[in-house]
Design a protein around this ligand. Sequence first.
Ligand code: GLN
Length: 539
Amino acid sequence: MTKYIFVTGGVVSSIGKGITTASLGRLLRNRGYAVSPVKLDPYINVDAGTMNPYQHGEVFVTEDGAETDLDLGHYERFMDVFCTGGSSITTGKVYRQVIEAERRGDYLGATVQVIPHVTNTIKDGILGIGRDLKADVVIAEIGGTVGDIESLPFMEAIRQIRKDVGAENTLFVHVTLVPTVGPWHEIKTKPTQHSVIKLREIGIAPDVLICRTEAPLGAEVKDKISLFCDVPTKAVIESLSAETIYEVPLMLEELGLGELIIERLGMEKRTVDLEAWRQLVKTLKNPGRTCRIGVVGKYTGNGDAYKSIAEALVHGGIPNDCAVEIEWIESDSLETGVSPADSLSKLDGLVVAPGFGGRGIEGKIRAIQYARETGLPFLGICLGLQMAVIEFARNVCGLEGANSEEINADSPHPVIHLLPEQRDVTAKGASMRLGAYPCNVSPGSLAYRLYGSTRISERHRHRYEVNNDYRESFIERGLVISGVSPDYRLVEMIELPSHPFFVGTQAHPEFRSRPNRPHPLFAGLVRAAVERRTTPATS
Ligand code: GLN
């Protein structure tokens, strides 16, 4: 029997509901349970693919090619699982399904309503994940804050699931804020009380309250919350801010949350294996050294826009016993006439981030030129690879005006161009080359040394590709095409053997990195950055 844990949020948004959900999953994974996470997002977009990363944060891509909310990234990283498109349920997706069913005539003359048609579709999605993935536990996070109009159908659906599968198989976890106010930093429980009242109005009584707070709660406050919110005192869990997000599962375990969940859901008690996780948190908190890696992108004002890259860099530091300080560099800022050295000379490594459209492109190209010419370790991701190819074409092969068709359709040297199969695609939603694709890695290349394999698979999200007409001239001038699609048609990875670490990948390796399994490209970049830092005179 699959168990269901539902995580709701109260009082304010951005209190770490995603990290809490991901951490709950880690507690169960440490006990050897199969966990499948689901994110329920009340927005009307069918998926996150068409949203601006500046507003909404990164678009996380699953193995099966769904463009989803960045919380799925937290789930994958903490729980070390692979999410699927089914792990993301949005209002847009649900309504699309309901309307398509109505048009097909599936509802046979019924008046189609939020209850039961919309709620049933949501329920099918959640229960389907448990069934299809044979999960011991499904953990479903409901986006937004209790009281939002948009999330009501989702709340109603999870209320019904408790009725359908039984209270003993479901657990409602409410993440709430317990603020401190006034000069004496008095702890206030009222917002939490109100938030629970709001939940009760829609028929949901929480079993566990995770109280985000800046100050430890103390027995008296916990008793008060327990009394007013009708939750046992031991289920009032304080959640203080952590030094690293990866410490949250350890903190929650310490407070007895793992045991509480197991008991409450009537699951078998198992030995908890926390050692590996404890070790990686220890390294993150007390690293032996530091390096500084610049990330050039066009949404650097929002820390969430490149979430997986930031996390992958942190993971890459772990095997190198190194804290990675990230310097966010807005690509436009490299176009204003200043020398790239001004902003890049203090760096030990450089990432050029993925992106769309023309803004900031020349800044990225200048940064790459600087990295290529000065031996600064460089990793180009997706658009970052494309810009590295343009830089090489212009400055090494002398192909003046070389560009991507995405930026200049009339370029005399369209070294990056649309694939023929993309030419007639007009709709923007879910129409790119998306999801995991295999890649053959050349033996003897740096990519091969890093991956340790000639056959890899990485996730993609792009429309443009390296133009094969130019492959030979690039190779002649020293560019190594170290990864290609199995049919040899698509360039997947490039590198420069004359450089200490210069790698471009058409894929998004950041999506596969986990703290317990750092991605080889990021670990390699950090290692090269550490080497450069410790031997500055020769590099
Ligand atoms: N805009 C580029 C393309 O569509 C790169 C996309 C990306 O960086 N994810 O091919």
